[in-house]
Structure formats: C-alpha cells, structure tokens
Design a binder for this molecule. Structure first.
Ligand code: CO
Length: 134
C-alpha cells in the first residue's frame, strides 16, 4: 500500500542553524524558510535525490510542535511520511487493521496542499507516521 518515502521531518530549535548545517556541513540543497501559519510551523526543505528532509520550527502560539520542542529542547526526528495512491482506501485498511488514525479520522490538507493523515505513534512502532496522497 505505501509507496515512496516522501519526507522525514525533524523539529529543530534554531532553523537558520539547522539549514546551515544541512547546506554547509552535509552539502545538501536547502530551500529558503517557508511560513505555514495554518500548520503552525516554519519549514526549510532539504532536497535529496530520493526524498526530502523537512526541518520544522514552531510558528505562532498554538504550534502543534511546540510541545515536542519543549520535551526535546535539542530537537529530534518528529515523523516520517509515506506516499499512498488513495488516502481514503489507506485509511479504511488501517482502521480495519486496528491502527488508530489521529484526529477525527478524516484526511486533512497537509503542508504540500495534498491530503494527509497521521497514525497513532503507539500503533506505529513508536514512530509518528504521516501518509500523503501522492
Ligand atoms: Co510531514
């Protein structure tokens, strides 16, 4: 059911320092920062040949990643995102398999303007998993 790894998201306390680390120490191609107020994050995209790394920093008072950064002040890996062809079919299959979908169980529009779902980390081997319709 899942296809390509779309991205790995890493929450960072200092977005400029994180972007500089990926650009200079790791020699990667790095975007300018993008504010996504509706998602409560500022992102920098690191483009790799086969996938992306998303560096995330909280934006605004109600950021969904503020708590993560409070618990992990040095930052850390936040989630992995796999592509699916049909997010409704994927959701139905997961629910039938006993996997909890976060929120109200309906796909939302994600950071790339495509439908996404998040799966409960306790059902995902301790990892927050995002599914994005490709
Ligand atoms: Co994501």
């Amino acid at each position: 059911m899942i296809g390509q790894l779309n991205h790995v998201a890493i929450v960072v306390p200092d977005l400029a320092a994180a972007a500089a680390f990926y650009a200079e120490a790791l020699g990667a191609s790095v975007s300018a920062p993008h504010d996504l107020p509706e998602h409560g994050v500022t992102t920098v995209f690191v483009e790799l040949p086969n996938t992306k790394i998303e560096l995330l920093h909280p934006l605004g008072a109600d950021s969904p990643i503020a708590g993560f950064l409070a618990k992990n002040p040095a930052g850390g890996m936040h989630h992995v995102c796999y592509e699916v062809e049909d997010i409704i079919a994927a959701c139905d299959h997961l629910v039938a398999s006993g996997v909890r979908v976060l929120g109200d169980g309906e796909p939302k529009t994600g950071a790339h303007g495509k439908p996404v779902l998040f799966l409960h980390p306790k059902d995902g081997l301790g990892t927050l998993i995002e599914l994005e319709q490709a």
